[in-house]
Design a protein around this ligand. Structure first.
Ligand code: NAP
Length: 282
């Protein structure tokens, strides 16, 4: 059996068209959704991500401001830029591209963003909302994963979801989103003993560790839904965390890399920004 593909690119493009339509309607009511993206320094991968986000904003008819700050930027200077954006009514979303130079404390920077404009969903207020099941801004990658599974009508209630990775950006928020959809959730990490013991039990297996080919075919239950979040830059090109060619012969559904979770992440950033802009009218 060869697994069905979860085509993130296709789902993301449908979502983006829908966002563009809703942005048009909002414009007719006098509001142009605005996203400010802050990039500190010259990290090559960050530059690529920021470029993709800017392009997506333009295509959706948003106003997008990219603020490029030098590597030498101090925490104080960055906090002052955020303060200015918090006060600017034409900016509905603020995104600080991570990682930041080591001199700057990312927690302090995230905490300085107005939670209503925190389109990445990393602010402690939004984390609290997610954990307690209150509507708020939800991190884009886990939100995109859930949207993709729902678009393909993958049943979640009562299923065992095993997440490999416990970061605040992917693993932990995804665990809460899946719990809210009645999954039984197991979160694995680098100290998990016998990872394969857990992954083999997964009806839905999400790999978000940043380790190429961590998930091999013998670690996957036949028919499982396998979501590969990993983006590993190898000499041979981009690779996920899943040994795609071997695992697709065992799994029931699988995401490719690229073209799986990545495009959904950007689509959810647009949705979060549009939602913030819409709320600004209320
Ligand atoms: P991260 O902060 O480095 O977290 C990685 C997690 O994986 C940690 O919890 C770590 O455990 C765990 N881990 C590492 N090696 C492991 C192993 N051998 N076995 C089990 N667990 C292991 O990374 P992240 O930000 O969550 O990102 C994860 C991957 O997703 C990266 O490749 C990243 O580029 C990609 N990503 C993709 C998107 C997208 O849009 N597609 C978005 C975000 C991230 P410990 O906690 O014990 O260290």
């Amino acid at each position: 059996m060869t697994a069905n593909l979860l085509d993130g690119k296709k789902i993301a493009s449908e979502i983006r068209e829908n966002v563009a339509r809703r942005a048009e309607e909002l414009k007719a009511r006098g509001v142009v959704p605005g996203l400010a993206v802050i990039l500190v320094g010259e990290d090559p991968a960050s530059k690529v991500y920021v470029g993709q986000k800017e392009k997506a904003c333009r295509e959706a008819g948003f106003k997008s401001d990219l603020l490029r700050l030098p590597e030498s930027t101090t925490q104080e200077e960055l906090l002052s830029v955020i303060g200015r954006l918090n006060a600017d009514p034409s900016v509905h979303g603020i995104l600080v591209q991570l990682p930041l130079p080591s001199r700057i404390d990312p927690e302090a920077v995230i905490a300085a963003i107005d939670p209503a404009k925190d389109v990445d969903g990393f602010h402690p207020v939004n984390v609290g909302h997610l954990v307690s099941g209150v509507p708020g801004m939800v991190p884009c990658t886990p939100l995109g994963i859930v949207r993709m599974l729902e678009s393909y009508r993958i049943p979640l209630a009562g299923k065992h979801a095993v997440i490999v990775g416990r970061s605040s950006i992917v693993g932990k928020p995804l665990a809460h989103l899946l719990l809210a959809r009645d999954c039984t959730v197991t979160v694995c990490h680098s100290r998990t003993q016998d990872l394969a013991y857990f992954t083999r039990q997964a009806d839905v297996l999400v790999a978000a560790a940043g380790r190429p080919k961590l998930i091999t075919a013998d670690m996957v239950k036949p028919g499982a839904v396998v979501v590969d979040v990993g983006i590993n830059r190898l000499e041979s090109g981009l690779a996920g965390d899943v040994d795609f060619e071997a695992v697709r012969e065992v799994a029931g559904w699988i995401t490719p890399v690229p073209g799986g979770v990545g495009p959904l992440t950007i689509a959810m950033l647009l949705e979060n920004t549009l939602a913030a802009a819409t709320r600004s009218l209320q």
